[in-house]
Design a protein around this ligand. Structure first.
Ligand code: UDP
Length: 241
């Protein structure tokens, strides 16, 4: 499938139209941003890793019965996906306190929850993606009650599948962000699943010592070894297959 014209350029990806109106091509860049675009940089090779990793995760989830946007990978950086209408919600699932949760609620990073938790942000850069609840989402007409119900069920199912998958790789899935889209009346998992959108901590030691991040926190927090962390996650995924 060929790109016809560019439809959109985001922070980490470009989206192109194709000759098929149902499909677009997503092209992953090495550009990295954090803090709503305030921090900018490049993570060399990130686009290739995020493209391939996201596709592997989506394929794994499809096998578990979760519908996704994935159609087919074209090459290292480009993938054909269903042209969805994105539901303007960032859906965050957390297993362990970290990042904004720790800050907002005054809970130490690394505090395990007895059960996974979910939160929604309204996807709106001008407003800084504010935290909202289901009723706000309904009031703002971001999704229907039925769609919100489907999204919640799918998000927890994704968590269960991914947590088990990464446990095998000696990695703890701390939290992650999902986005969903509408395709021919159905809610499907869209966007990406990568070290840009998940927190991955080296398993085993972090409840007694400081955790080792294998994700974008290495960029956000200037921890160094950013490229190596992305490469390490990808290596473990591919070696496990
Ligand atoms: N996240 C994301 N995009 C965002 C905000 C968060 O992919 O715009 C991911 C982030 O990588 C982490 C999870 O969602 O895995 C929870 O992030 P958090 O709310 O703690 O925000 P942060 O501390 O990253 O600002």
């Amino acid at each position: 499938m060929e790109k016809t014209k560019q439809l959109y350029e985001g922070k980490a990806k470009k989206v192109y139209a194709t000759e098929n109106p149902d499909y677009v091509i997503v092209s992953y860049k090495d550009d990295a941003t954090a803090f709503n675009g305030l921090k900018k940089g490049t993570i060399i090779g990130k686009g290739v890793i995020n493209n391939k990793m996201s596709n592997l995760m989506m394929a794994m989830l499809e096998k578990k019965g979760i519908p996704t946007h994935l159609v087919e990978q074209i090459d290292d950086r480009n993938t054909v996906v269903k042209k969805v209408e994105i539901v303007p919600l960032e859906v965050i699932i957390r297993n362990v306190a970290a990042g904004s949760f720790s800050k907002r609620y005054g809970v130490a990073e690394g505090t395990k929850f007895s059960a996974p938790t979910i939160e929604f942000s309204y996807k709106n850069d001008d407003l800084g993606d504010p935290l909202i609840n289901d009723y706000h989402a309904l009031a703002l007409n971001l999704a229907t009650a039925e769609e919100i119900d489907t999204i919640k069920k799918m998000a927890f199912a994704v968590n269960a599948a991914m947590k088990a998958f990464f446990k095998e790789l000696n990695i703890d899935l701390i939290d992650f962000k999902l986005e969903f889209g509408r395709f021919k009346g159905q809610i499907v998992l869209a966007d990406e699943i990568s070290p840009d959108t998940c927190r991955f901590w080296e398993a085993g030691t972090w409840d007694t010592t400081k955790h080792v991040s294998l994700d974008k926190d290495r960029f956000r927090r200037d921890l160094g070894g950013v490229e190596d962390a992305y490469a390490e996650i990808f290596k473990r995924i591919t070696e496990s297959k």
